[in-house]
Design a protein around this ligand. Structure first.
Ligand code: ATP
Length: 208
């Protein structure tokens, strides 16, 4: 994806990929190289629990029962949006802007660290439209059978459950078409590390 690099701010790089592709593993490697990473999915969960405006909107749209003693019951919320596209769209339209603003605040805080670039990791970075607001995009890919195996081992869930999550995501091919960098995570972690380092070098050169 060719985007204009905005030089007055720190370079913002997105990293995405299908479920179990190895995004988080790759991000930990970037962190080891000194790059700050914003984990959007984790942060979304936090905001749904702590951001008052968002909590009120979720209660208004999905019912008071999704919060029990002030704690979000993710299962009740998930059941409500499961197989209900309009409701899922409403949820996304509430959560995505909240995460976007939170990420902007976070990015501003990173400026004092004088880092060459920052990363934003999200499973649905492209689907949510937020990749358009980033300078560069890294896509992590791995064959579907390998992703299924890795996730079912990691989360102790069935491959059917993993498949249900895969269906919510756009195809790997489409993601790759939009990418500036593609990481092929189809071998061991040393192979992944090598690719991370190469992209890191390339990004360092692009900001020099
Ligand atoms: P999700 O979309 O579910 O958050 P993810 O894309 O962040 O997944 P990871 O959690 O990084 O993926 O990786 C999935 C699992 O596969 C983890 O248990 C991780 O340790 C393992 N894994 C990742 N890369 C490799 C690799 N190259 N070799 C072996 N295991 C790997």
């Amino acid at each position: 994806m060719k985007r204009k690099i905005i030089h007055h701010q720190v370079l913002k790089v997105g990293i995405t990929g299908g479920i179990g592709s190895g995004k988080t593993t790759a991000c930990k490697m970037f962190e080891q190289l000194g790059i700050p990473v914003y984990y959007a999915d984790e942060r979304a969960k936090f905001l749904m629990q702590h951001e008052h405006y968002l909590i009120d909107e979720i209660k208004k749209n999905f019912g008071e029962d999704v919060y029990e003693n002030g704690k979000l019951n993710r299962k009740i919320l998930a059941d409500k949006v499961f197989n209900n596209k309009p409701l899922l769209m409403i949820l996304n339209s509430l959560v995505h802007p909240a995460v976007f603003h939170d990420n902007e605040r976070w990015a501003e805080e990173q400026r004092v660290k004088l880092v060459p670039y920052i990363l934003k990791e999200a499973a649905l970075l492209i689907e949510s439209g937020s990749s358009k607001k980033l300078d560069k995009l890294i896509v992590v890919t791995a064959p579907l059978d390998l992703r299924m195996k890795r996730v079912s081992e990691r989360d102790q869930v069935s491959t059917e459950e993993v498949m249900a999550r895969v269906r919510n995501q756009i195809s790997e091919a489409k993601k790759i078409r939009l990418a500036d960098f593609v990481i092929r995570n189809n071998k061991d972690t040393a192979y992944l590390q090598k690719q991370v380092e190469k992209i890191h070098q390339s990004l360092l050169e692009s900001v020099r």
